[in-house]
Design a protein around this ligand. Structure first.
Ligand code: ZN
Length: 276
């Protein structure tokens, strides 16, 4: 209704050009209010006064609900379901003011019938591309066998392109990347500590059933293959060759791996990750 009034005010009025101009200015600056409530971990993106509560949000015109939610600070990749006055809507829904909006994260369960879930189906193979701040997390994911791209000079645009082209989930500490319109699968890492970050990712993407430890190079992401010790005599000291039975080589950078003391530590760490 408010929109209709504004459009009528906007009509050219040759009899009174001055009033017409004034009305255009009024139309442009009319603010609408809608009421938002974000659920579960989506609250991580909100300031304290908006945390786990319904709050009013003002906007101008009829923006897409996706843009409004991102203006509030929540990346669209974190969202699975939006209800407007109890009805599920998709990202292109146009705001008009007065709505009550409930926003739910990915992996929440809902007590309502046939909602429009916004995420497309999960990607078939869980692969990642991580931002420049997450090198240690990338190494840990590779140790668990997950195909993970990382370079310390990636720019945002490259990360987005790799995500789309190779169907990779973006892991980032930079919320800005997740606001690119094209991004479909991404996750903002909450923790600073890499040990906690890996637990966060394992839980969030339910990775524990897909661990394939010691299959991938932690340095370059290349796949490992077994090599006979007889072929390694010029590359490893004799006592290493005598003390260990299984040797692996990275197909990418040719780094060698064997079951030394770090192997046992990694096995313990993997056991802990599965329990958490
Ligand atoms: Zn390698």
């Amino acid at each position: 209704m408010k929109r209709k009034v504004a459009q009528e005010q906007n009509r050219p009025n040759s009899a009174n050009a001055y009033n017409h101009d004034t009305n255009v200015k009024q139309h442009v600056s009319i603010k609408q209010t809608a009421f938002f409530r974000f659920y579960e971990e989506l609250n991580d993106f909100l300031p304290e006064e908006q945390y786990k509560t319904t709050f009013p949000y003002k906007f101008i015109g009829n923006p897409a609900i996706k843009d409004t939610i991102e203006a509030i600070g929540v990346p669209h990749t974190e969202i699975d379901l939006i209800l407007v006055d109890g009805e599920s809507v998709d990202f292109v829904y146009q705001m008009h003011g007065g709505e009550h909006v409930s926003v739910y994260p990915v992996f929440e369960s809902f007590d309502i019938s046939s909602p429009v879930h916004l995420r497309t189906r999960p990607l078939r193979e869980t692969k990642f591309v991580v931002d420049v701040n997450l090198g240690k997390l990338a190494q840990k994911l590779r140790l668990l066998g997950f195909n993970t791209l990382f370079r310390n000079d990636f720019i945002d645009k490259e990360i987005v392109e790799l995500s789309l082209k190779e169907k990779r989930i973006i892991l980032t500490r930079n919320k800005g990347i997740l606001k690119y319109r094209a991004v479909t699968h991404g996750y903002w890492i909450r923790n600073d500590d890499p040990k906690e970050q890996i637990k966060e990712v394992v839980n969030r993407f339910q990775l524990e059933r897909n661990f394939r430890p010691f299959s991938r190079c932690s340095c370059c992401n290349g796949l490992l293959r077994q090599v006979e010790d007889t072929l390694l005599q010029e590359r490893l000291p004799n006592d290493t060759l005598l003390n260990f039975n299984v040797f692996m080589e990275c197909k990418g950078c040719r780094k060698l791996y064997w079951q030394g003391s770090h192997y046992n530590r990694i096995c313990e760490w993997i056991k802990e990750l599965k329990v958490n």
